[in-house]
Design a protein around this ligand. Structure first.
Ligand SMILES: [Zn+2]
Length: 770
């Protein structure tokens, strides 16, 4: 029995001492009980219950299903009247266990209908500066009417189907309920007036070039698209207000697009009639490009594109595309396009990296666009899975940054004389990396963008950072003088500090629907990307993180994951408990601020101080033999005297010396550590987020030692924790988070001693920033 009491006592002695514990309890004793707000509490309340569709491991369950929507479309571009019309047949396969009585179809173009409510939810007031075109369209013109004109909705026998349009959603009544496993085909005939995407900052539309009278079209959300039906949302028919992107089922697309005969066109899918639409020269160059792994081959030259600009052919040409297992379809067309391609080997397969750009994009585009596409496919394939499609296209469109399967639009335009700033160059390489990267998130790992912006933007921005760093290493000649690495503007922890440390009235948790999130870019792109980067660099390490991230990618490739599927998989594959991390970073707006509250120095003494006496009294009550106890007294306290500074700790304590002599041989004593300096370091945490404490100790001889205390150190005290350190060398300074890897918002409390170390730390911060 005595033994067990002794163990009990040594346990509480280690965990802070009986005395200290009782004191703090008295001070913080709550007046009433409180609910469990422990930051390490498991996320059972926040997560949905695992089921047959989605398992507790984060993988698809045995009853996981997803719907399929296959499309056959004929689309005609009227370039002169900027009109797009189409006739599509959708074949919808109900793979759910449910009986459906109606289908929901998305009419995204109705965001631009004359009576659209989208502009009416903007409450930001007047803009002190606007472009002239925007000014005219906002204040001087009737609203542009770019909504869908739905001409007919019919079944395969040609009978009209009852349908109801509620703004951007259309409900189509099924003549008979669609049972599990059944298919239903129907057709929609439509047209709409194409918008100038520079006037209304749209994701789709045209740019008009007044100097030559041509347009370059980037066309998307252009056809009525099936909504997602699944086990999580039922029908995802949340309206398209303009910001939250899209939720789309996978399917196969057969699309014939008729455009002026002198146009160049590319889009989602395989070009099925290349021989009809390519000239002989283009075909030859295309064959060359398929074998060119180190540089792009020009398919349509700038001179050819400039000649074509003058054509304005009245003839038409039909480009036939076929895409398998894609969630959407986009295309670009113009007679202004220069076209280049190169091959990239991914997992033993040849993929085409492709760029289309008007002469206005050169010389920047011919130099870097296709190379950036190729680098992106390589980096993302390494971080997730081998890119499964046969090509990836980057299209130059002014002020655009938007993604679709196999194709995306990107900004980055040089001045008229061909010169460009670093900002334009890095902006272009960054946006191409980002938009091509979207092929992985959300085009293949098909999350619900309408609900969770961070699942595609955040994950994508995180991998974008990895790919940009790869690009800088692969093409150092692309970097400006003075830049050793690619200057990514999102990813590293320190870059999210101004946001996370900012005004809490305008910060929302990452787990917020994009439409309702303050500071959209920081909320849905920057913070989740940084959180993942911190997980990889600081919490999990590359091996565990990369394995788990790839596992998530493989599990949900060509499927529809939810946030929990991601959170669960990252834990399931790594054995790292991350509930505290997801809770803090994704479900709250807490910030990181960890500091050093105080550092006390202690010396070994032959007799206890008053505090020690009181502790001894307590032990004695439990019959503990206290005769061989060793005592520490604080420097500068009543019981401290100057002679202690230079005395040997073993000589200073009779009990310690005797214990060593009685229990160790001389040889053993030689191998034992002989600490001379004893410190108690108290770390405090003004910020709400729990994070590891990364402490760097610098000794009098200039050497340093780094210690990382896991985040769990905060589990029993959310405000401050102390560590006692025994050291053979004198510690002269301590810095918390020396590499600025935790996004600590206030570094003024990160160093000890405060005054001396602060200036060095500032210097270091400046160095990291540059
Ligand atoms: Zn994006």
């Amino acid at each position: 029995m005595k033994k067990s009491i002794f163990y009990f006592l040594s346990f509480i002695l280690i965990s802070g001492g009986i005395f200290a514990q009782e004191q703090s309890q008295d001070q913080t004793k709550p007046k009433t009980g409180h609910t469990n707000n422990n930051k390490f509490k498991q996320l059972y309340d926040e997560f949905s219950t695992p089921n047959m569709f989605r398992t507790a491991s984060g993988a698809p369950g045995p009853a996981y299903y997803q719907q399929q929507a296959d499309y056959k479309m004929d689309v005609v571009l009227d370039d002169e009247n900027t009109k797009l019309s189409g006739n599509e047949t959708i074949t919808y396969t109900n793979k759910s266990p449910d009986v459906l009585t109606y289908l929901w179809v998305q009419l995204d173009q109705n965001k631009r209908a004359k009576d659209s409510k989208s502009p009416l939810i903007e409450g930001e007031g007047y803009r002190p500066a606007t472009s002239a075109s925007n000014f005219v369209s906002t204040y001087m013109k009737e609203p542009f009417d770019g909504g869908f004109n739905i001409l007919e909705v019919k079944d395969t026998k040609g009978s009209d189907l009852a349908h109801t349009i509620n703004r951007t959603m259309m409900r189509v009544e099924l003549p008979v309920p669609l049972k599990s496993g059944e298919q239903f085909s129907f057709s929609i005939k439509w047209w709409y007036k194409i918008n100038d995407h520079l006037v209304d900052r749209a994701r789709s539309g045209y740019e008009y070039f007044p100097e030559d009278g041509n347009r370059a079209y980037v066309i998307a959300q252009f056809y009525p698209r099936m909504a997602v039906y699944n086990d999580v949302e039922g029908w995802q028919n949340s309206q398209f207000w303009g910001r939250d992107e899209f939720a789309l089922p996978f399917g196969n697309f057969e699309v014939n697009i008729t455009v002026p005969a002198d146009h160049i066109l590319d889009g989602t899918g395989k070009l099925m009639n290349r021989k009809e639409v390519f000239s002989k020269t283009m075909l030859q160059r295309y064959e060359e490009a398929k074998k060119s792994y180190d540089k792009p081959v020009i398919i349509v030259t700038q001179a050819e594109a400039e000649a074509a600009e003058k054509g304005f052919s009245k003839e038409t040409k039909t480009w036939k595309m076929y895409a398998e297992n894609v969630r959407d379809f986009g295309f670009t067309t113009s007679r202004k396009f220069i076209w280049d391609m190169m091959a990239v080997k991914i997992g033993g397969k040849d993929i085409m990296a492709v760029s289309l750009y008007p002469k206005e994009g050169n010389p920047l585009w011919e130099q870097w666009s296709t190379r950036t596409v190729a680098n992106t496919l390589e980096s993302y394939s390494r971080m997730t899975f081998d890119y499964p499609y046969h090509k990836a296209i980057s299209v130059h469109a002014k002020q655009q940054g938007m993604e679709y399967p196999m194709i995306c639009w990107n900004y980055g335009r040089p001045e008229k004389d061909g010169t460009y700033s670093d900002r334009v160059k890095y902006g272009m390489i960054g946006v191409i990396t980002h938009e091509v990267g979207h092929n992985f998130f959300p085009m293949i790992i098909n999350s619900d963008e309408r609900q969770w912006t961070w699942m595609d933007e955040g994950l994508n921005t995180f991998v974008q950072y990895v790919a940009e760093q790869d690009f800088g290493k692969k093409y150092p000649e692309a970097l400006s003088p003075g830049h050793k690495n690619y200057p990514s503007d999102r990813g590293p922890a320190r870059m999210i500090v101004p946001y996370m440390g900012g005004n809490q009235d305008f910060i929302a948790p990452i787990m917020t629907k994009g439409l309702n999130a303050y500071q959209f870019g920081n909320n849905a792109y920057g913070k989740p990307a940084t959180a993942l980067n911190i997980l990889r660099e600081t919490i999990m390490g590359h091996d565990l993180f990369d394995y788990s991230f790839r596992e998530y990618a493989h599990r949900w490739m060509f499927k529809h994951p939810t946030p929990e599927d991601f959170f669960r998989t990252m834990e399931d594959a790594s054995a790292v408990d991350l509930d505290w991390f997801w809770r803090g970073w994704f479900y709250t707006t807490d910030w990181v601020d960890i500091g050093i509250k105080e550092v006390k120095k202690y010396y070994v003494s032959s007799k206890p101080n008053a505090e020690g006496e009181r502790l001894l009294e307590r032990y004695k009550r439990f019959n503990v033999n206290t005769q061989d106890f060793v005592y520490l007294v604080e420097e500068g306290s009543e019981d401290f005297d100057e002679s202690m500074r230079n005395s040997d700790p073993v000589e200073a304590s009779k009990s310690l010396k005797e214990y060593l002599m009685d229990n160790f041989t001389e040889a053993e004593r030689k191998n034992i550590k002989s600490p001379k300096y004893f410190y108690s370091v108290t770390f405090n945490k003004p910020g709400g987020l729990v994070m590891p404490i990364i402490a760097e100790y610098t000794y009098a001889d200039g050497t340093t030692k780094r210690e990382t205390y896991p985040a769990q150190i905060w589990r029993l005290n959310d405000n401050e924790v102390s560590r006692t350190i025994a050291s053979e060398k004198e510690i002269v300074s301590i810095v918390v988070d020396p590499d600025l890897e935790t996004a600590d918002v206030d570094t003024s409390n990160n160093s000890w001693p405060k005054e001396i170390k602060q200036s060095d730390f500032d210097k270091f911060k400046d160095k990291v920033k540059n």
